[in-house]
Design a protein around this ligand. Structure first.
Ligand code: F6P
Length: 541
């Protein structure tokens, strides 16, 4: 039985952790000058360095045993074969088909999806190009200048993160905006700075029922109808969804409707027509490069042996820390200002996928699952929360992301950025011992008494693990690679934890209750009877 084998692999790792628990990462480096060579993987111009971890050859072998015992390879094959791996919703998770540029078929429950995928992609890209070139015009006959994406969660985070990441590739005559929150400040502030007569609104919602997106889209529709006239609505709106029937009710022209499929999860939908605003911004050719980056990683994930497989290793390191060391967070720190929203994007991907308490059979899951993901771009976060990383009691494993070369930025700045990124992972790993601090303070002229008193405040325990993902430049292809790496990492962890990474029932209860509370609030809190006293009290107040 696979789960019995998993239990055995887990006990072996538990015993091994007791053996190596006290040995520091810096000691591993002292003992093995070849450690970087041993523990990094180069995939073309992408380098994944995992040498700064609490990991020996034996740890690595035992973690790989864990992956094998959990049948990662068989489950990976099932994922790519389009089996219904999302068991609770009885559907495949086949977002890889959206970036399959190989011409080969891919099947969702036995049906080749590629003809539909290629046709829809072609339609979406042609529309994007027509908006860019101005062959599709606003109601007043002018070229569109502004694109507003309405969506939330996966229908917002992906296009928004990618548009910022790829800003140098966005056409100069276009400005992209993203409105997600039902908070009227979001749409209100956006509408205020828009030239409405040359703005295209893109409504993105897989279900086309999501409260936030539909509320924002209706507000914009009203504004367009009032300001430019009802007839202009047809020219200024387009929509992306799997529920094409619902779009027609909204009044979007049928040739401006782009579909995708229920086997694409919301947080995996950036590769689909949900990427429309991005495709308008960067153009069809660069959008295909972005897809190609995702495809590169699919090939790597499928073909590389587990011990050379980057997403597999990322997943195993995460399990090692989450389940054996009790580290409950993971910081994603891009030293890349344009990846400012990347941590938030991965936060949804990871926490919505693997934030689960029951296994595939519905029984309580026996291992700790998804870590809390957070992060901000460096160097800014060095001056915010890195103090805790270096000297706090909580150990936070870090993924550092950095480009070897800048994209449209001053090379001198980039050298400083690189130096800071490398310095942080170095400092976290090696720390600075108390006696060394004392000596340094004495060398600076402090008395030995004063040096001994101050030293504990200036000492660093070190031994804080991190990985570094170094890519050549933040191009569309590099971004596609980064996203897909994390997608497959999350999948592998889900396999090891034996959970369904593709549903998200946890977001439903809050949505349901909001629908019940909204009329009570609208009604001036006249009937709060039956509500818990806290909620009732707050509504009345
Ligand atoms: O919050 C849950 C969720 O379903 C996400 O998974 C999804 O990305 C988001 O809402 C938006 O959903 P939709 O695209 O259907 O509007």
């Amino acid at each position: 039985m696979a789960r019995d084998e998993v239990a055995e692999a887990l006990s072996a790792l538990e015993a091994h952790k007791r053996e190596i628990g006290a040995v520091k990462i810096s000691k591993f480096f002292q003992d093995d000058p070849e450690r970087f060579a041993r523990f990094h993987i180069a995939l073309d111009d992408l380098i994944f360095d995992f040498s700064k971890h609490r990991l020996t050859e034996k740890t690595f072998a035992l973690l790989l045993d864990l992956a094998r015992s959990a049948r990662v390879e068989a489950r990976r094959a099932a994922l790519f074969a389009g089996e219904a791996v999302n068991a609770t919703e009885r559907r495949p998770a086949l977002h890889m088909a959206l970036r399959n540029l190989s011409g080969k078929p891919m099947f969702a429950e036995g049906v080749d999806v590629m003809p539909d995928v290629v046709a829809e992609r072609g339609k979406m890209e042609a529309f994007a190009e027509a908006i860019r070139s101005g062959s599709i015009k606003a109601a007043n006959g002018e070229r569109f200048t502004d694109i507003v994406n309405f969506g939330i969660g996966g229908s917002d985070l992906g296009p928004k993160m990618a548009a910022q990441a790829l800003a140098p590739f966005v056409a100069d005559h276009l400005t992209l905006h993203f409105v997600a929150n039902v908070d009227g400040a979001d749409i209100g502030d956006t509408l205020k700075r828009l030239p409405l007569s040359t703005t295209l609104f893109v409504i993105c919602s897989k279900t086309f029922t999501t409260l936030e997106t539909m509320t924002n889209a209706r507000t914009a529709r009203d504004r367009v109808a009032r300001t430019l006239g009802e007839k202009a609505v047809a020219d200024h709106f387009c929509a992306v969804s799997t529920h094409l029937d619902k779009i027609a009710e909204f009044g979007v022209r049928s040739d401006r409707v782009f579909g995708f499929w229920d086997w694409v999860g919301g947080r995996y939908s950036i590769w689909s027509s949900i990427g429309l605003s991005l495709a308008i911004g960067i153009g069809a050719r660069q959008f295909q490069e972005f897809l190609r980056g995702g495809e590169d990683i699919d090939t790597h994930f499928l073909e590389a042996p587990l011990e050379r497989n980057i997403p597999v290793i990322m997943a195993l390191l995460g399990v090692w820390y989450r389940d054996f060391w009790g580290f409950s967070t993971l910081a994603i720190i891009p030293y890349d200002e344009r990846l400012g929203r990347f941590p938030a994007y991965i936060q949804q991907l990871d926490m919505e996928s693997n934030g689960k308490s029951v296994d595939l059979s519905g029984a309580p899951v026996t291992m700790a699952t998804a870590p809390i993901i957070f992060g901000e771009p460096g160097t800014n976060c060095q001056h915010a929360f890195f103090q805790l990383f270096h000297q706090g009691q909580t150990i936070v494993p870090v993924d550092f992301l950095i480009a070897a070369e800048p994209t449209c930025a001053d090379p001198a700045h980039h050298q400083l950025l690189l130096a800071n990124c490398l310095a942080q992972s170095q400092a976290l790993m090696q720390g600075r011992a108390l006696d060394e601090v004392v000596l340094r303070l004495q060398a600076e002229g402090l008395s030995s008494e004063a040096a001994v008193a101050l030293a504990p405040h200036k000492a660093f325990a070190g031994d804080r693990p991190s990985s570094t993902l170094l890519y050549k430049q933040l191009t569309p292809r590099a971004l596609g690679r980064l996203i897909a790496l994390y997608e497959h990492k999350v999948f592998v962890q889900g396999v090891i934890w034996n959970i369904n990474s593709f549903d998200q029932w946890g977001v439903e209860l809050g949505k349901e209750l909001a629908i019940e509370l909204a009329p009570i609030i609208a009604d001036g809190a006249r009937s709060t009877r039956g509500l818990d006293p806290s909620t009732a009290g707050l509504i009345e107040a």
